[in-house]
Design a protein around this ligand. Sequence first.
Ligand code: PBG
Length: 325
Amino acid sequence: MNIRPRRNRKNEVIRSLVRENYLGPEHLIAPLFVIEGSNQKVAIKSMPDCFRLSVDHLIKEAQELFDLGVRTIALFPAVEEKLKTPDAREAYNPENINHRAMRALKEALPEMMIMGDIALDPYSSDGHDGIVDPKTGEILNDPSLEVLAKMAVAQARAGADIVGPSDMMDGRVAVIRRALDEAGFSNVLIMSYTAKYASAFYGPFRDALDSAPKKGDKKTYQMDYANAREALREAELDEAEGADILMVKPGLPYLDVILRLKEHSTLPIAAYNVSGEYAMVKAAAQNGWMDEKKTVIEILTSFRRAGADIILTYHAKLAAQLLRK
Ligand code: PBG
C-alpha cells in the first residue's frame, strides 16, 4: 500500500494543516424575535433557549452576540393580533414594533448589522406572505410587491443594513431595489431568500410569531422541495434583479441546493438553518440522545463545506461561545 489517506489524519496538527473549511463567528447571523413591552423574555416552547424579547432584553442579547463576534442579527417581530389586517399595513408603519426595535438597536449598538425580513405574514390577518384575494384565496403577486417595497423602505429608514425578502413573490427583488434606491438607500443590501422551499421545518418559527397561514399553505409561492434546477432559475432572476446575496432555506435538507447555487453564481451564498432543524437538535440533546455542542459545530461546518459563506442560525450564540474556546 503506497497510498494511505489515514496519514493525513494522524493527529490534530496534521488534520489542521489539511482542513478544507473553516467556521468562525463572523460567518453567523443570529435571528432574534422581538415583542412589545419591557422586561419581557418569553420562552418559545418548540424552540428551547430561544425567546421572544422586549426591546430592552433584545439589546442585551445583541450586545452579548456582538461581544462573541456575531455581528449581524436578523430581526423578526411578534405582532399583536389586533394589528394584523388583510392589507398588512402595519408592515410599513414607522412606529411598529420592528422599526422601534431597529432604531433602539442602532442607537445602542451602531456597529451591529441589522437584517430585516420582508414578507407580510407577521402583519397579515391571513398569515400569508402576500396579499390574499378575499374571493378566491389566491395570493396576489403584483399588489403584494407594492407593500413589500414600502416595507423595505420603512425598514431602511429604521436602520436596517440588509433587507431579506422572504416572500417568494415574482419580481420582488427588482421592485425593492428600485424603491430603496429612489428613497436614497442605495447602500442597503438585499439578501434574497432565493430558493425558499415550502417546508415543514418552519413549524416552530410560526409558533414563535403566531404567523401560520389561516387557510391553505404556501405552495403557490414557496418552492416544491422536489426541485433543484428550479433554484437556479430563481437565482438567475434574483441576480439580474440586483440581489447582493442569495439564500437557500431551509438549510440542512438542502445542502445540494447550496452547492448548486455556489457553483452557478458569483454572488455570496447564505444558508438558513431554520427553526425545525434547530428544534430537532434541541429535542435530541434534551433527551440525552446526541451531544448538542458537537452536533451544532458539525452541522454549521457542513454548511460551509457545501458552499455557504453565511449561515443564519438559532445556534449562533452557542456556536460562537464554542468557537471562542
Ligand atoms: C416569513 C418567514 C418564515 C421564516 C422566515 N421568514 C416562515 C414562513 O415562510 O412561513 C422561517 C424561519 C424559520 O423557520 O426558522 N416569510
